[in-house]
Ligand binder design. Structure first.
Ligand SMILES: [Zn+2]
Length: 58
């Protein structure tokens, strides 16, 4: 099953989207993007929770 996520899913004004095969892989990709493009050294746990809820299966 492929999972998909985009910054807009958590209300961030950014049109980046990504897909991954697992939630772990997805979180790695999101961390990388958040760091490189949004200046997060780490994703705060409340945001991580939001992201997990926003990840869609497709
Ligand atoms: Zn983004």
């Amino acid at each position: 099953m492929t999972k998909s996520f985009g910054c807009q899913d958590v209300g961030v004004d950014c049109n980046w989207t990504t897909t991954a095969d697992s939630e772990e892989e997805m979180m790695e990709k999101i961390k990388e993007h958040a760091k490189n493009h949004h200046g997060f050294s780490e994703i705060p746990s409340d945001l991580a929770e939001k992201i997990k809820n926003a990840i869609k299966d497709r």
